[in-house]
Design a protein around this ligand. Structure first.
Ligand SMILES: Nc1ncnc2c1ncn2[C@@H]1O[C@H](COP(=O)(O)OP(=O)(O)OP(=O)(O)O)[C@@H](O)[C@H]1O
Ligand SMILES: [Mg+2]
Length: 366
């Protein structure tokens, strides 16, 4: 599993749409940085990986890069070890690109790279461990609990802040290219961080677009404009984020091939004509959300998934809208809390009144 065998057939279940050429046929490859540029990034030997993962005992996931294992460093810090799979259609070049990108990117809403392993026989990336797994598992109910509306909004804000950092605070800016719930990981308190910069691409400024020879992304999340023109901009990530917002609202999958309207954008927007927002909301929320807050997110999701990238908002604007939406939901929760406190208080005072008022005399115990 560890050794690489060139020429193996790519994994059949791989969802990425890679056509004709490799991911690395890009006009502006990420600028090269020495792997040890950041002293905080640790180099591990394969033997050390065996030690920290207890001989790869706990498998926590699998993706295009390979299998992910739980590990524990000597200092007790928990990590996720992403092993390169021999059957991955991606490869050493992606590995190097991912490390190069990550060594220069640090933000509270981006999964932190702790180290890497290139020791001749294999490749691995070692990340901070995100205890609550990925958002996709939470949305499909695999994580064992249903996310409330306010939790969904907080997760969306965290993820949006991570993307905003990539788009507007990195030089050159970074486009993620694979925004989707399985690439949003959750910490112990459900704090959201963006994972997987393997598909990220440094580009050289807002006015310059990148033209590539292949489409990269996951079906359902790929910006149709990028798909048609092969011109990649940050607005392609905004499109993927809009699809993700529709998922947070509805709890539905982005693509349902058997449906008359397979894509979530058409499915949701067509349903909303003359219908209240409840018609599209995730039934597992049990109606527990502020309708104006939900409408705001629905409108935002529509704007993010506009056919033309130029009509989509920036991630900075997305964050502002999401924060407004959260404020509305917090208002609802506070008034609900106040209402239940008022009921408690009135119950208490009625007890007090009852206590003060002489009631019917009770028989004494004998
Ligand atoms: N740092 C981490 N902490 C905890 N779990 C992780 C971590 N990184 C990955 N995982 C788990 O491993 C799974 C597989 O991750 P991976 O990024 O390889 O694939 P993916 O995101 O599901 O698909 P793709 O290859 O298309 O991005 C994730 O969905 C997540 O549940
Ligand atoms: Mg991933």
């Amino acid at each position: 599993m560890w050794k690489r065998h060139p020429g193996l057939v790519p994994e059949s279940g791989k969802k990425h749409l890679e056509e004709k050429h490799s991911l690395y046929d890009m006009p502006h490859p990420p600028q090269s940085h020495p792997l040890r540029a950041d002293p905080r990034i640790m180099a591990f030997s394969y033997t050390q990986l065996i030690g920290i993962t207890n001989n790869f005992a706990r498998n926590i996931g699998k993706g295009g890069f390979g299998v992910v294992f739980h590990g524990c460093l000597e200092n007790g810090k928990q990590v996720a070890v992403k092993l390169h799979s021999q059957s991955s259609p991606q490869g050493e070049k992606q590995f190097v690109a991912e490390v190069q990108n990550l060594t220069r990117i640090h933000h509270k809403n981006l999964v932190e790279l702790i180290g890497y392993c290139i020791d001749g026989v294999g490749l691995a990336l070692i990340y901070e461990y995100m205890a609550q797994g990925n958002l996709h598992d939470h949305l499909i109910g695999k994580a064992g609990r249903i996310l409330s509306w306010s939790e969904r909004l907080k997760i969306a804000i965290g993820a949006a802040e991570g993307l905003e950092y990539l788009h507007h605070k990195c030089l050159p800016p970074i486009i993620h290219r694979d925004v989707k719930p399985s690439n949003i990981l959750l910490g112990p308190d459900l704090e959201a961080k963006i994972a997987d910069f393997g598909l990220s691409k440094a580009y050289r400024g807002d006015n310059e677009t990148n033209v590539s020879t292949n489409v990269v992304g996951t079906p359902g999340y790929v910006d149709p404009e990028y798909h048609n023109t092969l011109q990649l901009t940050a607005k392609s990530d905004v499109y993927g984020f809009g699809v993700l917002l529709f998922e947070l609202l509805t709890g539905q999958f982005p693509l349902v091939p058997s449906s008359g309207k397979p894509h979530i954008v058409q499915r949701v927007t067509s349903k909303l004509v003359y219908t209240p927002i409840d018609a599209i909301m995730d039934p597992r929320l049990g109606g527990q959300f502020d309708a104006n807050s939900a409408w705001k997110v629905e409108e935002l999701a529509e704007q993010c998934t506009q056919a033309s990238g130029s009509r989509r908002p920036t991630m900075t604007k997305v964050i502002l809208e999401l924060k407004d939406s959260l404020e509305l939901e917090v208002g609802r929760l506070n008034s609900k809390l106040k209402h239940s406190e008022d009921i408690d208080t009135s119950l208490m005072s009625s007890f007090e009144i009852e206590g003060d008022t002489p009631g019917p005399s009770l028989p004494f115990a004998r």
